[in-house]
Structure formats: C-alpha cells, structure tokens
Design a protein around this ligand. Sequence first.
Ligand code: PLP
Length: 395
Amino acid sequence: MNSPTRIPGRRYLHSPGPTPLPDAVLHAMSVQPMDLADPRVDEAIAACEVGLKRVLQTTAADVFFYTSNGHGVWEALIENLSAAGQAFLVPGTGHFSESWAVQAEALGRRVVRTPWREGWPIDPADIERALREDTGHAIQAVLAVHTDTAGGVTSDLAAIRRAIDATGHPAVLVADVVASLGAAPFAMDALGVDVALGASQKGLMCPPGVGFLAVNAKAFAAAERNPAPRYYWDFVRRKDELSYRKFCGTPPLNLMFGMRAALELIESEGLEAIWARHALMAGVVHAAVEGWREGGMVDFLGKDPASRSVSVTTIATAPGLDVDGLRTLARERFQVAMAGGLGPLAGRAFRIGHLGDNNPTLLLGAVAGVEAAMRAMGVQVGGGTQRAIQFLSTH
Ligand SMILES: Cc1ncc(COP(=O)(O)O)c(C=O)c1O
C-alpha cells in the first residue's frame, strides 16, 4: 500500500514517541537561526533549564542538555559515572533496560542484571539482593528504567530508593524518565533520584533531538572523581555559563525554542492536571483492551493493572495475528499509527501510545481505528470501543 502524499484531516500518531507536536511548539521553532551572541539564545536555554527543573521537581540538580536522542544520554551517563571495568546494576524491565545494559557492556563496563519478568515491574528485593552481594562496591549506579516503553510497565522508584537505602550501598540512583516524564507522577528530589535522564520527543511534546541529564551533587561528585577519559559527553565540562560550552558546541537553537514553548504549555496546564489527563487517556485504552480481550486474540501484556503505564499500552497478541499487517492497515487505511513489539516482543505485541499532546477523545478515535483494523483483518475482538466510550462517559 502506498502512502498518500497528503493525508486528509490528520493521521493519529500513537507511537509512544515521537508524539504529536502542539502548534505552539511548531510555531516557536519556525524562526531563523541567530548568531550565538544574540541574547535570545541564552534566554531560551535558561528558560528550558528552569522549566525542565520544575517539571522534574528538583531544586537540587543541574540540568545538562545534549543534542542527542535517548541513546546519546544513556552513553553520557555511562561515560560520566564509570570507568572501564566498573559496574552498573541494571534491573530488568525488558527491551530498554537490556539495550542500556548492552550499551554499557559495549563501552567496556560490567553489568549486573536482575531478572526481567515479562509483564511485571522491577522487584526491589532483587536490587537489594544484588547490592548486598556487591561487598566491594564495584557497582557505581543503579540504572532504573521508570517506564519501559516496550512492555508498557512502570516501576516504583520510591520502593527502589528504599531498597538501595536498606543496603547502605553508595551506588547512585539513575532514573530513565524518557517515557514517563510529563505523563506519570515524578518528583526527582522527593524520590531521592540522583540522576534523571530523559529526551524531548515523548511527554515533553517536542521533536526528537534533545536529551538531558539532571544531576544532583552526589552524582556530580561521582563524575568529578571518575578518572575515565571523555570529552563531548562530560557534564562536568559542560557546567559553564556559556551556551556554547553547555552544549559542547553549537546549541540546537530551534529545538530549544520549541522546548521553551512546550515547557510553558506544561506550566500553564499544571503537573497534577497533566498526570490526571494521562491517567484518563490510559483508562480509555485500557477499557478498549478489556473489551477486545473477550475475543481471545489480544490481551494486556502488563500483568499488574497498577503498574500499567499511563504513557503506552502494550497489547499482547495470540499466535497467528499478523502484527505488522495490522499496523500497516491501521496506519494506511484508518490513519492510526501505532507501534509494534520490540526485542523479545517483536511479532507478538503492538503498542498504543497515549502521551503528550493528546486528549481522551482523540484516544477514542485511536482505539476505534485500531478496532476497525482488527475487524477488517478478521481478528476476533469484543466491543472495545464501546467499552472505551462507556468508560469516558463515566469518568
Ligand atoms: C524508556 C526509554 N529509554 C530510552 C529510549 C531511547 O531513546 P531514543 O530512541 O531517543 O534513543 C527510549 C526510546 O523509546 C525509551 O522509551
């Protein structure tokens, strides 16, 4: 099927990132680049630093931006907090914890893994056990993926913090909030997270291209002590007043203008309202899955309703359901773009993103399009869209 050159109306974008951009963000980016001494450059970057710290709910951390995607800041984190041969503890959350672990190993670091149980969040007891076994304190940091975007499961960072504290182990707690920030409740300082790591293209409603690390004093001191050679990724070097040094080169000006606009939208809506809206949007999709699963061909991947993500729902499929075919049909005929299964879930799951610049009624359209595609393919499903309408009309 060929993609049309023009899509009448609008295609629903329900990948869990990139997410749709608000018009205000698009317009804010539509400016000519300027010379780096132009005061508008420093103003925009400073506004992004302040705004992002408010979204992260930190006054204790410094924010370092990188012209990169999430993998870039994963690498920045690894390079700053460890030297070759040192170790990280990576609790298993699925595809994204494993990808981060593999990246650390490729960079010569040792990785201690705790098991991933498909459909379940991190078990803090696994972390406690692994840290107690590390009597020589080789583990520099616990790398916790808050929401694993592949399985659509969110782990409990407060419980993870308590597990680390119970051991007295000095490891730094790093939270990957790429998929949760701006969607699920998160408060960096209150949770005792030492580094929060994120990217622009999901709950922050910006295009891909900006990653960040928010680093508190404990993690910054650990980086200062780290003897590993590094340059571009080094956040200690980036702690500077000059924008050019903050970005280790030319800042991505237009993206930062867009991010400032997005952060203003977040500020005006308010974090509590944003979290409530995401819970409602997730509720619409969950109601649809409750209906669809009655046909016996699809079900939630997340086993525990309380840890199902408010950003993305992963839907496990029965053998024989052609996931790629379903995605193509949903996108090309019904104008609903969704994501497939990743890593071990490839070919046996699809994912509906429900984060960022979205609202519950848009999600009704998305689930209706997905249901139409499943019915068109002859997939047996119960009345999911009906359930979703019923849910929305009563919440
Ligand atoms: C939780 C999480 N961490 C990291 C990444 C990697 O980000 P990127 O694709 O921007 O490199 C993703 C991407 O979806 C993600 O969902």
